[in-house]
Design a protein around this ligand. Structure first.
Ligand code: ZN
Length: 320
């Protein structure tokens, strides 16, 4: 009995040893798999896209009737603007974007119908803000897309051509070159080493931005006949074109170069009226260069953008 019991005991010990060895190997394998997956996940590159959306360059928009809350077509055009942005978002995600931030950059910056955007995006809303139409951009982004853009106030063509303020400004120059909102914003992105890859708007806007910023993809969704008239695509056709151009831009994202300006940046602003220039010249940081123009030297595009936002927004009656 004893001998048999010993034998059984020895066999049980052996079985346990095997079982322990087997468990160790299994745990080792699981750890190895987890480690491999972890490093693969770390290697999946993040691709962050920034979209700045304006409204004058949206298909069909030609007058104030579509562009401000008092216009009879404004509510419908909020939808069209949102869907043009959505077309860009869809195409960017399909082409490998992992994170998208959209800045609502028209009028009161409360135009986009945010419930109609996918859950995976972030939206920048409301003015004023230091980087104006580019708030939220930083060096972690890989590319910038402009949707619904228009040409500048110094451009003789383009639907609703203006630069930052149609009522107040006659020219905005950086380092002696007239800028559109597109090229000014490209210079902000350029400071963070982020290139613009695509723009949509009317023919004048796309041509003007491309001529300053470089060979970016352009979606022309309407052809201007003047400040308040254009031949336009339908909204659905515009969404298709935007999708296609974003796809192309994402496919050659490595081709685009950031639009970088020499620093310090010289900002020249020409006002339509006389008094803003007179009052701003009281400040020692401002030089009055003629009756309607002032000059400011910004150490970089951040400082320059803040100064521009300040002079366009400040008034002593601001409340709250
Ligand atoms: Zn604008």
């Amino acid at each position: 009995m004893r001998a048999v019991g010993d034998d059984l005991h020895q066999r049980a010990l052996k079985r346990n040893r095997y079982r322990n060895e087997f468990m160790k190997i299994r745990i080792g394998c699981v750890c190895l798999i987890l480690l491999l997956f972890g490093s693969v996940e770390a290697q999946v590159k993040k691709m962050k896209i920034y979209i700045s959306a304006d409204m004058e360059g949206v298909a069909g928009a030609v007058t104030g009737d579509q562009l401000s809350p008092t216009g009879f077509e404004y509510q419908r055009f909020r939808e069209f603007m949102t869907q043009e942005v959505n077309a860009a978002v869809e195409a960017a995600f399909a082409a490998g974007a992992t994170e998208i931030t959209i800045s609502d950059s028209h009028g009161n910056a409360e135009n986009l119908l945010i419930e109609k955007l996918p859950k995976s995006v972030f939206v920048v809303r409301g003015f004023p803000r230091p980087l104006t139409m580019m708030q939220g951009i930083d060096e972690t982004f890989d590319g910038v897309i402009f949707i619904g853009y228009h040409s500048s106030t110094t451009n003789p063509s383009g639907v609703r051509a203006h630069t930052f303020s149609s009522a107040r400004l006659a020219d905005v120059r950086l380092n002696n070159a007239s800028m559109s909102e597109g090229s000014f914003n490209a210079a902000i992105a350029g400071q963070f080493n982020v290139p613009v890859i695509m723009v949509s708007g009317d023919d004048a806007a796309v041509k003007e931005v491309s001529s300053i910023v470089g060979n970016i993809e352009g979606a022309v969704v309407k052809w201007n006949y003047g400040f308040h008239s254009a031949k336009t695509m339908t909204p659905d056709a515009a969404y298709d074109l935007i999708r296609e151009k974003v796809k192309t831009a994402m496919g050659r994202i490595k081709d685009f170069k950031p639009f970088k300006l020499k620093t310090p940046v010289q900002l020249d602003v020409r006002f339509k009226n006389y008094r803003p220039t007179e009052l701003l010249s009281y400040l020692s940081i401002v030089e009055r260069t003629d009756s309607h123009s002032i000059r400011f030297m910004g150490k970089d595009m951040i400082e320059t953008s803040k100064f521009l936002e300040f002079i366009l927004t400040y008034e002593p009656g601001l409340e709250p």
